[in-house]
Every structure is written in structure tokens, then in C-alpha cells.
Ligand binder design. Structure first.
Ligand code: B4P
Length: 193
């Protein structure tokens, strides 16, 4: 089993790179952002609650996303590994994920952190906002999301660095060249494709 966290600020390319990893390595993709958006679309109680935070560019409360992740992992017992995309986003989420995975004997192998300068993040998300229809892809909310990343999420890097599991990747360049850098990290850690 191989478990990877794709990490980085909003717009760093986590979702984009996850798509390629699913195809290349056959890992099961868990994106908290995607799950939350589908809950919003379905008009569920969880979705209605989450929307209040997402529309303001804030993180959804830890207890909501932690429970969601544990259920998704439990429902995918046959997976040969997971890509955690957009989770964990706080050190409390990281500690909960570590404890849950340790109890199931399936630790995280690596956290790949995509490094992208703030100006580039804003440009990408404003561009995406023109076509995505996402209510959180507008200039004001984008700034709030980036702020939230530096205030609450960036520390997750240190959490995994302390476990010698941090791999930093240059997140600017072609999608293919970034995918190839991530693939090299994975191949170094696991001989089996
Ligand atoms: P997410 O859905 O995780 O969204 P994201 O951070 O905006 O996107 P990502 O980094 O995946 O960017 P993408 O590949 O699309 O989160 C949305 C919200 O959900 C959060 O703000 C929060 O409220 C909530 N949430 C989610 N998880 C949570 C958690 N664990 N705890 C609490 N709250 C949570 O790339 C962006 C754009 O860049 C795209 O248009 C793409 O085409 C472009 N792009 C990608 N790679 C590029 C490259 N190399 N060059 C140029 N452009 C590129």
C-alpha cells in the first residue's frame, strides 16, 4: 500500500496533479474539496453547513472533515493506496489522520508539497473562476483562502517534516513536468508501480 498527501496552497495544482496520479499509479483519490462540493450540490445537512465556510474562504471545521475522511477510507478497503488531496489542512486533521491510519496499519508514506508563489496562485484561481462557476473563486475569497492557508494549513508541512516525510516540489512549470517530479518521488519510495 502507498499513501500520499498532495499538499499546497489553494490553486497550487493539487486537484490537477491528482488526476494524473490516479491514472499513472492506480491510487484511490480522496479530495475533501470535491466531497464537500458534492455535499453542497446534493443539498445535504453537511453541505449546507460547509457552504457557509467555503463561500467565505474559511476552512470547514475539523470534526466535519475528519469524520468524512474516515468514512471514505473505510468504504475503500480494496484500495492499493490513497491520494489525500486537500487533507489534512490543519495540524489537528494531520494528527487525526495519523492516528486513524496507524490503527489501520496503513501509514502515510510521503507528503508532497507544491511550491507556488502567491501572485501565481491568485492569477490561476481568478482564471479558473471565469469558467469554474465556483463561488469561492473570486478575488476577495481567494485572498481569504490564501490567508487561511498561511494561518492554519502551512504548519502541516512541519508536522510531516518532523516524521521525515516531506518532499517539496517546484509547482510552477508545465503540468507534465510537475507530474514527472512527483512520479520520481513516488518511484524512489516504492519499487512497485
Ligand atoms: P479544494 O477543493 O481543495 O481547492 P483548491 O485548494 O482551490 O484547489 P487545488 O490546489 O486543487 O487547485 P487546482 O489543481 O484545481 O478546497 C476548496 C475549499 O474546500 C477550501 O477553501 C475549504 O473551504 C474547503 N476544504 C477542503 N478541504 C478541507 C479540509 N481538509 N479542511 C477544511 N476545509 C476544507 O488548480 C487551480 C488552477 O490552477 C486550475 O485552474 C488549474 O488548471 C491551474 N493549474 C494547475 N496546475 C497548473 C500549472 N502547472 N500551471 C498553470 N496553471 C495550473
Amino acid at each position: 500500500m502507498f499513501n500520499i498527501i498532495l499538499f499546497g496552497p489553494p490553486g497550487s495544482g493539487k486537484g490537477t496533479q491528482s488526476e494524473l496520479l490516479i491514472n499513472n499509479f492506480g491510487l484511490t483519490h480522496i479530495s475533501t474539496g470535491d466531497v464537500l462540493r458534492s455535499e453542497i450540490e446534493g443539498g445535504t445537512k453537511l453541505g449546507i453547513e460547509a457552504k457557509k465556510y467555503m463561500d467565505d474562504g474559511q476552512l470547514v471545521p475539523d470534526e466535519v472533515v475528519i469524520g468524512m475522511i474516515e468514512e471514505l477510507v473505510r468504504n475503500n478497503k480494496e484500495a492499493k493506496g490513497f491520494i489525500f488531496d486537500g487533507f489534512p489542512r490543519t495540524t489537528a486533521q494531520a494528527a487525526a489522520l495519523d492516528a486513524f491510519l496507524a490503527a489501520n496499519n496503513m501509514p502515510i508514506d510521503v507528503l508532497v508539497s507544491l511550491d507556488v508563489p502567491e501572485e501565481e496562485l491568485k492569477t490561476r484561481l481568478i482564471e479558473r473562476g471565469k469558467v469554474s462557476g465556483r463561488s469561492d473563486d473570486n478575488a476577495e475569497v481567494i485572498l481569504q483562502r490564501i490567508q487561511e492557508y498561511y494561518n492554519k494549513t502551512k504548519a502541516v508541512e512541519d508536522h510531516y517534516a518532523a516524521q521525515s516525510k516531506l518532499a517539496k516540489i517546484e509547482g510552477v512549470g508545465s503540468v507534465e513536468s510537475i507530474a514527472s517530479s512527483i512520479a520520481k518521488v513516488i518511484e524512489r519510495l516504492t519499487p512497485v508501480k
